[in-house]
Design a protein around this ligand. Sequence first.
Ligand code: GLN
Length: 237
Amino acid sequence: MCRHLGWLGADVTVSSLVLDPLCGLRVQSYAPRRQKHGLLNADGWGVGFFDRSSDGDTPRRWRSQTPLWGDVSFDSVAPALRSHCVVAAVRSATVGMPIDVSATAPFTDGQWLLSHNGVVDRAVLPVTSQAESVCDSALLAATIFERGLDALGGTITEIAAADPNARLNILAANGSRLVATTWGDTLSILRRADGVVLASEPYDNDSDWEDVPDRHLVEVTATGVALTPLDHSEGYR
Ligand code: GLN
């Protein structure tokens, strides 16, 4: 499973979230602490952030199919990238999935940035021409974009009912909202004075990190954080 991280708050540097922390995504690319599936995340990385310098909130991405730990160009530029809203991930590709930039999170529809930590049987996903890759996560992202992020909880429970082995941990943001689901893997929240971090695992040893229970929807906005249990009882229709 991959590891991902989201930020909503004040403008901060991308390096302060991804590269600098003691156990941030750079370290998680080779030594994750809570990873249940896979040993390390060497199959690429992606950092997406919202840019207010242009008209409105524009999603921008920098992705690579090489390990994050060795990327000296990103290491050099990340301290100069500042944003109020970030979605970043390091990847451990599922067997059979392509290893290239187009299969690397975050995916986008032009408004949202989305990362998927997990696996899903592609046969249960609707056929779509909008996906960025044939990778399961890209097809899942396209499905979620098509149904709208307001329906995220319902979409996840439907897909989980259709594929009981699926692990569906989503992290998505649009510049003013940061949303996530837990379905089969860990997620932690850090409420800082300047914003909120959602991450597959804590990026340091701060005792303020809180674990999100499995099968929950998390919504972060400027006004706070809301957790909602995801109902699995409705089944797939
Ligand atoms: N299934 C996705 C992929 O192949 C995500 C893998 C993961 O979470 N490790 O990229």
